[in-house]
Design a protein around this ligand. Structure first.
Ligand code: GFB
Length: 315
């Protein structure tokens, strides 16, 4: 099959590039900003109308994304740009006969005060998301609604997958706008170079998070799309174990050879959502033998990649 992958230059797009060799019978084509501006209906239709760009399937990853502090500052743009991207992609999928696809949501779109934990796939719309990222969250909730409506109206097989906090090589390491792992990794790396480096972590460290190595997520998406095991179009949560920010930062310090005793906490900075635990029972039912990369191994691999790619980092 010929598969279009949007967000081809991002964290997960590059993770898919790293594993395409496992699917030799399929052709993956990676879309980037240079060949298709997804917020523009014209650019998207021009790209997909070209004879060279006919696809059987799609993996839709592209989105305007960022960590807690970027979302706090940009809820208007997060909603507006993501709604445009998703509407244009779905319109093109219908117009150009792309019948099956994977569409990426996120666990942060879930209710911040749910009726129960862990949350499962049925609870996405149960109550409002955390105020810090409601723009992004509602745009992605609308993507779930749109996929469901397209499937019902046109018989498409658009499957929404719901990862937790993703990390790994090729992430956005922006200290201001990045997610917690790449932002701290970049900031601490700079502090390591100083004689009296200060290793300050934002917030209390009390919030819970689930972290998923991007290459694990890439494998799950490609298998769900291609192996015919996942025999429905319902959303699917993709996650592993839960930890606290404090414990994760401890593991990150270990991976960076920084003594945990040097860590300091700036409790004046926001904690964001305190808990957004989701349940991976459905994933484990379909893929009982899936082996997740441990947080410790994932952090070590990410830091090595970070050090080896200093000149080309996205930040
Ligand atoms: O990955 P993150 O920025 O976003 O993690 P969320 C934020 C958590 O890490 C908060 C703590 O508890 C912060 O207090 N933290 C500590 C830091 N130090 C830092 C730091 O230097 N930078 C950052 N960024 N956090 C995101 C959503 O929520 O979840 C996105 O905003 C996205 O939309 C993502 O979907 C999956 O996990 O809070």
């Amino acid at each position: 099959m010929r598969i279009a992958v949007t967000g081809g230059n991002g964290l997960v797009g590059n993770a898919i590039k790293a594993i395409v060799y496992q699917y030799p019978q399929h052709e993956f084509v990676f879309l980037t900003r240079t060949n298709c501006e997804l917020t523009s209906r014209m650019s998207v239709l021009t790209f997909f109308s070209s004879g060279d760009n006919r696809f059987d399937y799609i993996i839709h990853l592209a989105a305007k994304v960022g960590g807690l502090f970027m979302n706090l500052d940009s809820n208007v743009e997060m909603f507006s740009e993501n709604i445009k991207i998703n509407e244009n992609i779905l319109f093109a999928c219908k117009k150009y006969g792309i019948k099956r696809g994977i569409f990426c949501l996120s666990s942060c779109i879930y209710p911040c005060n749910p009726s129960r934990f862990p949350m499962d796939e049925s609870m996405i719309h149960e109550s409002p998301p955390h105020h810090s990222n409601e723009g992004y969250a509602y745009a992605k909730r609308m993507l779930e609604l749109q996929c469901r409506q397209y499937n019902k109206a046109y018989g498409s097989e658009y499957i929404c997958v719901i990862p937790v906090n993703l990390y790994g090589p090729y992430d956005n390491f922006s200290i201001k706008n990045g997610h917690v792992i790449p932002a701290i990794m970049n900031r601490f790396h700079g502090e390591k170079a100083k004689k009296d480096g200060k290793f300050t972590v934002y917030g209390t460290g009390r919030p819970y998070r689930q972290f998923l190595f991007a290459r694990d997520f890439a494998k799950i998406m490609c298998d769900v799309l291609l192996d015919n095991k996942y025999d429905n179009t319902e959303p699917l949560i993709c996650c592993n174990d839960e930890t606290t920010i404090k414990e994760m930062v401890g593991s990150l310090a270990d991976a960076m050879d920084i003594s945990r005793d040097k860590l300091e906490w700036d409790i004046n900075k926001s904690d964001g959502c305190m808990k957004k635990t989701v349940d991976n029972s459905k994933l484990c039912k379909y893929y009982p033998d899936f082996k997740f990369t441990s947080l410790q191994d994932g952090l070590k691999e990410t830091y090595k990649w970070f050090c080896d790619n200093q000149t080309t980092l996205r930040q």
